[in-house]
Design a protein around this ligand. Sequence first.
Ligand SMILES: NC(=O)c1ccc[n+]([C@@H]2O[C@H](COP(=O)([O-])OP(=O)(O)OC[C@H]3O[C@@H](n4cnc5c(N)ncnc54)[C@H](O)[C@@H]3O)[C@@H](O)[C@H]2O)c1
Length: 253
Amino acid sequence: MGKLDGRVVVITGAARGQGEQEARLFAAEGAKVVLGDVLDAPGEALAKELGEERAAYVHLDVTREADWAGAVAVAKDRFGRIDGLVNNAGILRFNELVSTPLEEFQALVQVNQVGCFLGIKSVAPEIGAAGGGTIVNTASYTGLTGMAGVGAYAATKHAVLGLTRVAALELAPRGIRVNAVCPGAIDTAMSNPEGVDPAATAELYRGLVPLGRIGRPEEVAALALFLTADDSSYITGQPFVIDGGWLAGVKLF
Ligand SMILES: NC(=O)c1ccc[n+]([C@@H]2O[C@H](COP(=O)([O-])OP(=O)(O)OC[C@H]3O[C@@H](n4cnc5c(N)ncnc54)[C@H](O)[C@@H]3O)[C@@H](O)[C@H]2O)c1
């Protein structure tokens, strides 16, 4: 028996990285998964690999309300209903605040913050109609603390936690739990910008992170599974940090 047997879960940004691992794990735990992304080729390939009876890919730019309506329609058409959502899609840009172009700031707000809002707005009524379920938003440890050089990103991830708390309050009467994952550094394309030497990155995290390494996307997927499955049945409105201890405090040696 899987932890998500009979569940239908929409996952955004599912073509690669953490979203891909969430899709793989959720499907392995018995869920039907609707994979949304703007990277159509890898998204379609993943859905094909997971199997038609278990997975469907849909082009879903999370900033576009019409795309959300399309994703809801695909989910209902293929699997009958929706009772879970993982708002995972996100983008990151490095810039000091005083050097950040307005367009860049607004692009991050659109994808990370508006995308999460539109996901809640579009999918929560469906989850309610299905009798309840779960929403997992993807914030970041920069949703709980500052980090120089990622001001726009940190602002959007703080906003995701605000959305999470308000949605938890508003949706509890409909039987919908809403929580957030707050990953630290996770080994995906996002944290490996082109031109950065992987050996230097590994060395950096050995010193910075108490557990001595960067996190794996599979580890975040395991947390998203916990927050989607009944194991977390009495938890809502909470941020869950998964960062190898980075936020625990300052490490001098
Ligand atoms: N990797 C990290 O260190 C880290 C740390 C904290 C939080 N996060 C968050 O985790 C989430 C997943 O990131 P990841 O690490 O897997 O990075 P990633 O870049 O590998 O994956 C992000 C996915 O989101 C998709 N995406 C981007 N814009 C989109 C849009 N407008 N509509 C739909 N999909 C879109 C991308 O195509 C990609 O498939 C993001 O929200 C990110 O902010 C990542």
